[in-house]
Design a protein around this ligand. Sequence first.
Ligand SMILES: [Zn+2]
Length: 118
Amino acid sequence: MSAMMGNRRTFQFLHTLEAFFVASHKHYGEILHGHNFRCRIKVIFDRPAFTRTCFKQVIRGLDYQHLNRFPYFRRFTPSTENIAQFIAESMAGLGCDVREVEVFETNECSGGVAICGS
Ligand SMILES: [Zn+2]
């Protein structure tokens, strides 16, 4: 028992949220095209109502937009990885403790993931 206590680890509860947005992009020489993007984030389970509001705000900002027009995506091509990073940075900028952001172009493939430091 005492040996187990010496190895005790601390855990943090994560909250998973998911949302969809429609957007177009053009990157890596592809032609202009659009997706029904799916975004899943994992956040520290703290202030869930506030986190949901921030997530909705960030996703609403992307919905029905051409991503290449964003100043951010003029610097970083709008790949799923960079879209995930953009969402992670936007959420952090609003004060949310995001740990992971996944963005999918389809259900089968093209997932971009941003892992955020603690
Ligand atoms: Zn695409």
